[in-house]
Design a protein around this ligand. Structure first.
Ligand code: AHR
Length: 328
């Protein structure tokens, strides 16, 4: 008897929930693969700027399928206004939960307030916002980018521990105003600051892309006669810079030491080949945790305010050992 009533209640609740999901819209909608069919997630991705991002998109799409969550996916092409439009469209479509990876940190309060007024929970994934009102989102899942920058700085300090000569560093920053660019810069600067031999002689954005990384590194090579180290905020910019360094007749990894962040396959290959010296890992495989968090917030369950991704670092020797089993 109890079982029959429960089944009826469940059927009723499912029907109500499906009705509340709404539909349509101009974004890509992926089907569900079993599980909790009643949840629809609107996901606004930053773009397709890097190998990391491609792996992250795949992780989100595959995990939604596995979790039985219907995913409405949109690519903002690195533009905040596109993300705001996508979020507004998800609010209109009355999705059950909105997740997004904010291209930049500032300027989200108004649209997040609109989602809150519509009673649609928001999950931040990968990148943070700088909103003072943390009630505007339920949780933030992603890496600690300050720690990543510190790890890059710690390797450098160790590498040059016996040297008293000046160490000239050029820095390829990520997208201006983005959390990973701000935080990776700050973490790195903090660790190298106590030692006056470390000098950041040039620092410019390469927008997290290979093409921009190459272009900016070419300019650095022309304007800076004596570069010892390149710190690139991601592998893709580092890989573009390697092309520029080789084009200038120098040997990457030897004439100029290179530190990057991410540890995607192409970066790890360059590390194993000796062209990069050290990589700080930033995992894009956030999909499974994101779907678990989404199910909980839709049910109204408590979730931690911050979920930090577990990550490591790689030397050239370590890269050789793990390269064949790298997932992304
Ligand atoms: O937000 C994560 C960063 O964005 C990755 O490190 C970079 O490759 C990507 O574009």
């Amino acid at each position: 008897m109890f079982k029959r009533i429960s089944a009826l209640l469940l059927a009723g609740l499912t029907a109500m929930s499906v009705a509340s999901c709404g539909g349509g819209g101009g974004t890509t909608t992926a089907g569900t693969g079993g599980g909790d069919e009643s949840i629809t997630m609107g996901f606004s991705q930053v773009g397709a700027e890097s190998g990391w991002r491609t792996a992250n998109t795949k992780s989100v799409q595959d995990s939604a399928k596995n979790a039985g969550i219907t995913l409405k996916f949109s690519d903002a092409q690195q533009k905040q206004e596109n993300q705001i439009k996508a979020i507004r469209s998800y609010i209109q479509q009355k999705v059950d939960v909105i997740a997004f990876s904010p291209v930049v940190e500032s300027g989200w309060d108004t649209v997040l307030k609109e989602a809150q007024n519509a009673k649609i929970p928001v999950i931040l994934t990968d990148r943070a916002v700088d909103s003072k009102d943390t009630s505007l989102y339920k949780t933030f899942l992603g890496s600690d980018f300050v720690v990543e920058g510190k790890k890059a700085g710690q390797w450098l300090v160790q590498e040059y521990k016996d040297s008293t000569d000046p160490v000239n560093i050029v820095e390829l920053q990520g997208t201006t105003g983005s959390a990973p660019a701000n935080d990776r810069k700050a973490g790195f600067a903090e660790v190298i600051a106590p030692e006056s031999k470390f000098k950041i002689v040039a620092s410019q954005t390469g927008d997290f892309t290979r093409a921009k990384g190459k272009e900016v590194m070419e300019a650095f090579l022309k304007s800076q006669p004596d570069i010892d180290v390149l710190y690139a905020h991601n592998d893709d910019m580092g890989l573009g810079a390697i092309e520029a360094i080789e084009g200038a007749g120098k040997v990457p990894g030897k004439d100029i030491k290179i530190i990057t962040v991410d540890a995607v396959k192409d970066g790890m290959q360059a590390l194993a080949d000796g062209k990069i010296n050290f990589i700080v890992e930033c995992s894009p495989l956030l999909g499974p945790q994101l779907m678990d968090l989404a199910k909980k917030v839709v049910k109204g369950e408590q979730v931690p305010a911050r979920v930090i991704t577990v990550e490591t670092t790689f030397t050239q020797e370590q890269a050789k050992q793990v390269l064949s089993t790298r997932q992304y």
